[in-house]
Design a protein around this ligand. Sequence first.
Ligand code: NAD
Length: 492
Amino acid sequence: MVTVQIPKSPLEVGNFVAGTWKKGSGQMIPVLSPYHHQTIGNIFESTTEDVNDAIMAASKAQKDWANTPIKERSKIMFNFRNILIRDQEEIAHLKSAESGKTFQEGLAGLMKGIEVLEYALSIQNLDLGGKLEVSRGVQCEYRREALGVVANITPFNFPAMVPMWTIPIALTLGNAYVWKPSEKTPLTSLKIANALKEAGLPAGVFTVIQGKQTAVEAIIDHPAVKAIGFVGSTKVAKIVYERGTKLGKRVLSLGGAKNHIVLLPDANLDLSGMGISDSFTGCAGQRCMAASVLLAVGDVDKHIEKIIERARSLQLGKDMGAIITREQVEFLKSAIDRAEKAGAKVLLDGRLAKAPEGFGEGHWLGPTILDHVQPGSEAATVELFGPVISIIRCKDITEAMKIENSVDYGNACSVFTSSGVHAERVIREASTGMVGINIGVPVPREPFSFGGINASKFGHGDITGHHSLDFWSNIKKITSKWEKQVDSNWMS
Ligand code: NAD
């Protein structure tokens, strides 16, 4: 088990504009490590003018980049991959220090991001165009073209993986890319931008803008920005989607989640115990794929015992990380209090967990299991975003699926069972974009995309994977004729 290395002195991270780092003109925002609540970095808010200057530089650089053959663009992305692999541990330590993840989680997130990069390296051999003789002497052709400047706004909980869902694909397709990281976890952007620079990416093709709402609004509003990806809470996803689409831009906004796991009595005890426990405790429950509600169908007490046993064995700071802010720990504790008052039984109480030695000031909460939670209550419907799972007792699958379908979100739903018939029913009836069979965190791997439906995603299409190519590029159709056509008709 590797202990996270926390920076001893604060790192100052500016905006990455035209290949160099420069401070935003706004206020300083300190970055506190969830491990000990001390400042490990500082960023400076970007003003609208800062954003406009940066996007102007990106727009200038984009034209040459788009005219660079994809083979050459891919070579730079290949160098980028090798640098990330070389520096993986250093990056994993930094992203874990700022987000509260364990080192293993930090490393795994980066590796998932590198998978997308490896997929992007294959784009040069995939769907870049085609040509057909549609009638004698007439050729129709389609070409995939870059959009121009594209932007992406990302959440705190995956400082490298979520940005890496889109950076490699959007850049390989010939776009200039503007990234606004979360102000809570902006330090990883230093490593990613420097790696791209070292890889040989021309100045201006990749931009980092630090800041909050003002910076996001200026990015969306800038006329040179043609497409906007967003990942974060549903509240902000909707705001970003509406602002961008009002301006006629393409926007794909991924929001929050309240994921259900249907647990059936025929489920394998060990598989379900481990899968469900790891799903709600991994990344301290701060992931949009975390199990949040357990729909316990029939008598599954033996299975629940297994879940409790595994969750209870986790050591804070070693097997499970910290919560992003102190305010969020307080919110989670108060939500547990409210659930208890509303009649839930606390089977495992994270409020009592002790901080790891030497990290008493950090943001800690142990795994928490609430039983007999009522459908429709706060613990059953609100995204808490912490290591808390609410068990709702159900008499059959019909009741379970009715509860699953009643929640606004639609990211993921899993079922633990040994019956293919039951699994198929959950696949068909789940009101989600992703379904897991005996998997607690059903994250698809490239070239499949990631993404939910309902209040978990605004916009059409995929943000990553094969189907994202159409989001991050345009298809141009060319119809040509070089000789007089023999069989002329009204279209000639
Ligand atoms: P958040 O919505 O608070 O912030 C996301 C980004 O939006 C940040 O960069 C932030 O600076 C910016 N932002 C915040 N308020 C804004 C405003 N009013 N206008 C414009 N921009 C604004 O989300 P978070 O707390 O950083 O991340 C956690 C959330 O992200 C959870 O809801 C989680 O489920 C969700 N998430 C979803 C996915 C997914 O793929 N669906 C993946 C990871 C996280």
